[in-house]
Design a protein around this ligand. Structure first.
Ligand SMILES: Cc1cc2nc3c(=O)[nH]c(=O)nc-3n(C[C@H](O)[C@H](O)[C@H](O)COP(=O)(O)OP(=O)(O)OC[C@H]3O[C@@H](n4cnc5c(N)ncnc54)[C@H](O)[C@@H]3O)c2cc1C
Length: 491
């Protein structure tokens, strides 16, 4: 087995996950309740079979993580559980307070090393090699030498994470450039639900400080949002107030910022005992303090930021794509569990549940050589290739900041047909202006432009508002859009 990673093995979205991982293991909880919360968040577009698998296999996968050495926090001898927005009960396990992802990432990479898995760091996958509809391997660039190499394989598992770097403000690290969806699309795989991108309501917004996530768990533990006058405002927008689903909180914050003519609101935890804050959120506490905010005494300045890509490479419940031997796991995949909006802390869970199923399936295939079924598609879904866009005039190649600003302004939290059309045309022109791919930055620019096109075109097609996708010109959900948009290059 070979793992390629374009940075060091520990640089990934997983490492930054704070809040935790969801599993129905607490008193009074059940997979059925977890199922209902996930379906409600998904706004009519979840795949029920995939969600059943997610919630039912969760306790078993948590046991695996404990066995692999993840030391989840405990309280009086029991695993400690917290509540996050849109969960009906406390069901979020966490480790190191707010360092859950780092604990999981460390335990899993240690296991991989112990199992003598071959790991090639700073190897950037640039192409998926496919012949007669079957995967043959990947081509990758050794970022340190600039030399391209081909690796043959019967099974390729894409686990390249998300695409938050498309946006000016994001909680995602530099590696999150949407490479996997683009690799898969160019190879002929189906990519779906790209219009659904989740914006986290609360990221630190301080001049000179990096965008840093302030976990939802902070509101779960009693933190409240205030405007610049110090007033609580969330109950003016939604009855669930500070614990409403993410998209509603993010849009309410944007509305409040517009009304109060500012670029931030404040998250106040000063009423919670300082001891609780420091022990429960040690990373957040330390990071804010380093940037001059003592959150036990002062409210934290926050604003929404791009956070999680719900769409991705379309798979069935075994992680299989429409290309034989090509699998996708984690944020790059679209297994159907998130629908139009992800329930908090379901993404780490999706990674472990479906990765395990892929391992099982790919081993079974090797042993029994069974044919791989193509994921089933609903008749109502729309399948198309990316449209040709000539753009207005000729464009110079895009800069990263221009691309990120375009996305933030036109394909962000509040969208309109006019803004999306402009983004689609500009991205189409930028695609034509892309230079030769020679190194990691030029390759990542190709990924960002193409992933951006998949997102903007899907958002333009979907003339309604649903889950994380909000169109000011179509502000309500529409029954006729109870379906998925699927992009396939050769459709
Ligand atoms: C700040 C933050 C907080 C979060 N908090 C939570 C939380 O509390 N709970 C929760 O459930 N989820 C949370 N999430 C989301 C969750 O962390 C991610 O969805 C999940 O970790 C994704 O895991 P992954 O394995 O799919 O991708 P990643 O962990 O991002 O790994 C992707 C890997 O692919 C490599 N890669 C990418 N492109 C290429 C290429 N072309 N060639 C070679 N290698 C490549 C990268 O270098 C990286 O190693 C959070 C995310 C962020 C950013």
């Amino acid at each position: 087995m070979l793992v390629l990673t374009k940075a060091s093995i520990d640089e990934c979205n997983t490492k930054y996950a704070q809040g935790g991982i969801a599993a129905a293991i607490g008193p009074g909880d059940s997979p059925e309740l977890h199922f209902q919360d996930t379906i409600a968040a998904g706004a009519g577009l979840c795949d029920e079979e995939a969600v059943h698998i997610l919630v039912e296999e969760a306790p078993e996968r948590i046991r695996d993580l404990i066995y692999f050495g993840v030391d989840f926090d405990t309280q009086e001898g029991e695993v400690a559980l917290t509540k996050e927005a849109a969960h009906s009960l406390p069901r979020i396990l966490h480790a190191g307070g707010d360092a859950t992802g780092e604990h999981i990432e460390r335990a899993l990479s240690r296991m991989a090393r112990q199992a003598k898995v071959r790991i090639l760091e700073f190897f950037l996958a640039t192409d998926i090699l496919v012949k007669d509809g079957r995967v043959q391997g990947v081509r990758a660039l050794d970022c340190r030498t600039g030399v391209a190499e081909e690796f043959e394989a019967n099974a390729v598992i894409l686990a390249t994470g998300g695409g938050g770097r498309l946006f000016k403000y994001t909680t995602n690290p530099d590696i999150a450039t949407g490479d996997g969806v683009v690799l898969a699309y160019l190879a002929g795989a189906e990519v779906t639900d790209m219009e659904f991108f989740q914006f986290h309501p609360t990221a630190l917004r301080l001049p000179g400080a990096p965008v840093f996530l302030i976990s939802e768990a902070v509101r779960g533990e009693g933190g409240v949002l205030r405007n610049k006058a110090g007033e609580r405002f969330m109950s003016r927008y939604t009855p669930d107030a500070d614990l409403a689903p993410r998209d509603i909180v993010a849009r309410s914050i944007v509305a409040e910022m517009r009304q109060t003519q500012t670029d931030r609101v404040y998250l106040d935890v000063t009423h919670i005992p300082a001891r609780t804050i420091v022990s429960r959120f040690p990373q957040i506490y330390r990071f804010c303090l380093e940037h001059g905010v003592d959150l036990t005494r002062n409210p934290i300045p926050v604003a929404p930021a791009a956070h999680y890509m719900m769409g991705g490479v379309r798979t069935n419940v075994w992680g299989e794509t429409n290309i034989a031997g090509l699998f996708a796991a984690g944020e790059v995949s679209s297994t159907g569990v998130h629908g139009a909006n992800r329930l908090a802390s379901n993404s780490l869970l999706e990674v472990v549940v479906f990765a395990k199923r892929i391992v099982h399936r790919s081993t079974q295939l090797r042993e029994e050589a069974q044919p791989i079924p193509v994921p089933s598609q609903r008749a109502s879904d729309i399948t198309c290739a990316l449209p040709q866009r000539s753009g207005r005039g000729s464009y110079p190649p895009p800069s990263l900041s221009a691309l990120q600003s375009l996305h933030w302004d036109r394909v962000g939290i509040l969208r309109s047909g006019e803004g999306l059309r402009e983004a689609a045309l500009t991205l189409g022109a930028w695609e034509k202006a892309l230079g030769k791919v020679t190194d990691r930055p030029s390759y990542e620019m190709r990924s960002l432009v193409l992933a951006g096109r998949l997102m903007a075109e899907a958002a333009l097609l979907r003339e309604e508002s649903r889950g994380a996708h909000y169109r000011s010109d179509f502000p309500s959900p529409s029954e006729k859009w109870q379906k998925h948009i699927v992009f396939r290059r050769n459709a």
